[in-house]
Design a protein around this ligand. Structure first.
Ligand code: PLP
Length: 427
């Protein structure tokens, strides 16, 4: 029943012209007929004509408690009025309070927080800490993973469409424990052996780190085969390395059954990186590690200008409170289960749906033109997305072949929203 205020800004056509003239050509439109979004309210977005869209992409798995969530907005506004920025070199309660609240969400000795501005930066820092701590350079990541686009993280990212042809040394890409296309099916232990081999043949026998997402997001909502992560963690630790959990997409209650994606695998990482959901759309990232590992950064000076900005950390703190108070993790679990069941029923109805996967409100639907051959249905994926947009539902896409719907809505998504999404997809 929310009616956005009238929009008086430039038209979509004028914005397209400005984008062409002034924005990087690397930025593309999601739809042939680009959307000009001007308002947001919880799980809904509104275009310049006031048309409402159900947002099942969540700004790339970022808006975790809903667009313009009132308490997050309040926290941002009150902190902005009081103090927008000083520097982390002075004291400020917003930063310290949030660090304490965030640390309380992590298990074991993961208690020391470094704030960054993005997921890329968080992963850069995690790799740096692991290399300093171990005195090794070699890092292992998984094929099809995405960890960012700066010098080190682009090396860890293992999808050709995100890699530029510049020197990225020291990262080895292990076989993807992909339960849909992988040669060992769901046998996580068999995939894990590739990491043993990689260490034996590709390194001195010692490594700095292993980095992985619990569920690959950009890679098309790929759940790691069961048993894989514990086996690899043990191998990495034998080789003297640290285990980094990239929770940029799978953190902050998104996967429903746990607050962090790695918890479903029964492992305890040495370093956890996060961004996206942490600020509900405010640019913020963080690395959380143990006191012993954090100590390595005291060898030199390490901080950044904006990381830990009080407005961002006030937003982050409001997000944590909203997740708890509104029971968003339980909601992600319940609605995610219902949505996955409904998507699986669609799979029974339509040959083109090759796979439905994911947990909580991090779900993927892979389209194939041939179920046996698993031929990616890339054009059809774009077509359905476009049709769904016309009918008022926004979903994302990803996967190596660009043929996977990514469903990562705000965690306040309801069962009715899930039903509407499936009905529109089924249309
Ligand atoms: N790690 C994962 C798992 C991601 O999905 C992303 C972004 O999509 C990143 C890291 C990089 O985060 P950012 O885009 O904030 O730099």
């Amino acid at each position: 029943d929310y009616t956005p205020p009238p929009y008086t800004g430039p038209s979509a056509d004028e914005i397209i012209k400005k984008r062409k003239a002034f924005l990087s050509p690397s930025i593309f439109h999601f739809y042939d007929n680009p959307l000009n979004l001007v308002d947001g309210k919880m799980q809904y977005l509104f275009d310049e004509k006031g048309r409402r869209y159900l947002d099942a992409f969540g700004g790339i798995a970022t808006v975790c408690c809903g667009h313009c969530h009132p308490e997050v907005v309040n926290a941002i506004v009150s902190q902005t009025k009081r103090l927008q920025h000083s520097t982390i070199l002075y004291l400020n309660h917003a930063i310290a309070d949030f660090a304490e609240a965030l640390a309380s969400k992590l298990p074991g000795d993961l208690k020391v927080v470094f704030f960054t501005n993005s997921g890329t930066e968080a992963n850069e820092l995690a790799l740096l800490m692991a290399r300093l701590y171990t005195g090794c350079h070699d890092v292992i990541s998984i094929r099809n993973g995405y960890h960012g686009n700066a010098a080190g993280t682009m090396g860890a990212t293992a999808q050709s469409s995100y890699k530029f042809n510049v020197v990225q040394t020291g990262v080895h890409h292990a076989q993807n424990p992909d339960q849909y296309r992988g040669i060992f099916g769901s046998d996580g232990l068999k995939y894990a052996r590739d990491v043993d081999d990689m260490i034996t043949y590709g390194t001195s026998g010692r490594v700095a780190a292993f980095i992985a997402e619990a569920i690959q997001g950009v890679g098309g909502i790929m759940e790691l085969a069961p048993g894989y992560l514990p086996a690899v963690y043990s191998t990495i630790r034998k080789a003297g390395g640290l285990c980094i959990a990239d929770e940029v997409q799978s953190g902050f209650a998104r996967t429903g059954n746990h607050f962090w994606g790695f918890e479903a695998h029964g492992v305890l990482p040495d370093i956890v990186t996060m961004a996206k959901g942490i600020g509900n759309g405010i640019p913020l990232g963080a690395v959380v590690t143990t006191p012993a590992i954090a100590e390595v950064l005291t060898q030199r000076s390490y901080f950044n200008t904006f990381g830990g900005n009080p407005v961002c950390t006030a937003a982050g703190h409001a997000v944590l409170k909203a997740i708890d108070r509104e029971n968003l993790q339980q909601n992600a679990f319940n609605v995610g289960l219902h949505l996955k069941q409904r998507l699986n029923s669609l799979k029974e109805k339509y040959e083109i749906i090759g796979d439905v996967r994911g947990r909580g409100l991090m779900l993927g639907v892979e389209l194939v033109t041939d179920r046996q051959l698993k031929t990616p249905a890339k054009t059809e994926t774009l077509h359905v997305m476009d049709q769904m947009k016309e009918m008022g539902v926004l979903i994302g896409k990803g996967g190596f072949f660009g043929n996977v719907f990514r469903i990562t809505p705000p965690l306040c998504f309801t069962k009715d929203d899930a039903d509407f999404l499936v009905d529109v997809m089924d249309y």
